[in-house]
Ligand binder design. Structure first.
Ligand code: CA
Length: 422
């Protein structure tokens, strides 16, 4: 077991009950305080900890880090040091903030590194080089296939053989809390008429999770399923915003383009794969048996409970979906092995989206398209209105956490509001 995951550990920093951020989490993010430049931090309870201040007073030397590693706009320089280094760092933080370290609790320079979460401004944590989006939930792919193509052949023939994916766009990946204008484009509301140029009428969310990579191997080399987790830094919540009417008209033959690249939102804190280890679970059984380069051993999926809330303007939030990351047919190790099997190189700070995470029951679907079944089953909001897709002024909030009898490791939330088209 990773020592920092020991469920009996407690911190001298107070942690509210039901917090996503006990001392066993220790996620990484980037923040500013008023008048300061960006720096790397971690979080325990409702306290954000400035790693540049800790390192400046020598507290992180033991892990091989200096203040310069953390006086940065992004986590990339820290991640560049690789998995062993960030694992040592998380252990050093665990040692520093554990109740067993009362000297640290009264150390003045450590006190200076602590900020109330309400006094900090969270920033985009990672400088994302490339963004790849997979399509790895069998239930989601089946639902979309039924609605858009042919119910009898909902899954395309390649789907059970390949972790299907496409290259997305990193420039429009944004942080939780940044609002989005409704996209415009070509839509074709009437099958018998030519397309029109208009604001999308079918803005949707996609409940996904993302993973962030360390530097991979050189161009030409591949990462095996056995090695894959050594190249994954951590995970975040991910809302891959989509415009279904633009998508429907444009996606054949090369896949989604403007329907997907107007915005994708990520949560502020990256939770390390190390912190998620106690929640590793078996993946769903795969039939037919996968090709050998996609075969894997052990528990490569994670039991992460997910929910989506929809809050109309001036109304209260309604929870419209409860799903779980463990439903994914293809796991992250398979995705990374497939991504690199042709020699494609991944780099430090790449983002891989899971694809929409739908469960088998209608209340666990991961998009409005599925929840309201292409507009035929509108969802009732708390203010008496109905939703088929996302309306102007609506806020979508996704949350995710792992929980067992001993510990809860969470991701906080990713949220954004849809503003009227510009
Ligand atoms: Ca997606």
């Amino acid at each position: 077991m990773i020592a920092a995951n020991n469920p009996s550990l407690r911190s001298w920093i107070s942690v509210p009950e039901e917090s996503d951020f006990p001392i066993q989490n220790l996620p990484f993010g980037v923040f500013t305080t008023s008048g300061s430049t960006a720096r790397v931090g971690t979080r325990i309870g409702d306290t954000v900890i400035d790693l540049s201040i800790l390192a400046a007073s020598g507290q992180l030397e033991v892990a091989g880090f200096t203040a310069e590693d953390f006086s940065q706009e992004f986590l990339n320089p820290m991640m560049k040091k690789g998995k062993e280094a960030t694992r040592r760092l998380r252990q050093a933080l665990s040692d520093l903030f554990s109740t067993e370290n009362q000297a640290a609790a009264t150390n003045e320079s450590i006190q200076k590194a602590l900020f109330a979460v309400n006094d900090v401004n969270m920033c985009m944590p990672v400088q994302i080089g490339d963004y790849t989006d997979f399509y790895s939930s069998k239930e989601h792919a089946t639902n979309v296939g039924i609605m858009f193509r042919d119910p009898a052949n909902a899954l395309l023939p390649n789907w059970l053989w390949i972790p299907v994916g496409y290259h997305g766009r990193s420039s429009s990946v944004i942080i939780s809390g940044q609002d989005i204008h409704r996209p415009k484009g070509q839509i074709k509301p009437d099958d018998n008429e030519p397309p029109i140029f208009a604001a999308s009428r079918q803005v949707d969310f996609e409940l996904e999770m993302g993973f962030i990579t360390y530097d991979g191997k050189s161009l030409g080399d591949s990462i095996s399923t056995t090695e894959a987790e050594d190249f994954i830094f951590g995970m975040c919540l991910f809302n891959d915003w989509s415009a279904r009417d633009i998508q429907k008209w444009e996606y054949v033959p090369l896949g989604p383009f403007l329907a997907k690249n107007f915005a994708s939102s990520i949560s502020c804190w990256i939770v390390t794969l190390d912190a998620l280890q106690p929640f590793a679970v078996e993946s769903p059984e795969q039939d037919p048996a996968v090709l050998s380069y996609l075969a894997f051993e052990g528990k490569k999926s994670y039991d992460i409970q997910l929910e989506v809330g929809l809050t109309p303007e001036n109304a209260t939030e309604k929870i419209i979906s409860n799903s779980n990351f463990k439903y994914m047919y293809w796991n992250m190790s398979q995705q990374l092995a497939h991504h690199t099997v042709n020699g494609c190189n991944v780099r430090c700070g790449d983002l891989m989206g899971s694809g929409t995470i739908s469960g088998s029951t209608p209340d666990s679907f991961g998009s409005m398209l599925e929840l309201a079944w292409k507009g035929t089953k509108p969802l009732a909001m708390n203010d008496g209105t109905e939703r088929r897709f996302i309306q102007d002024g609506d806020t979508v909030t996704m949350r995710g956490f792992c929980q067992n009898a001993e510990v809860r490791i969470g991701f906080g939330e990713v949220k954004a509001k849809i503003l009227p088209a510009k």
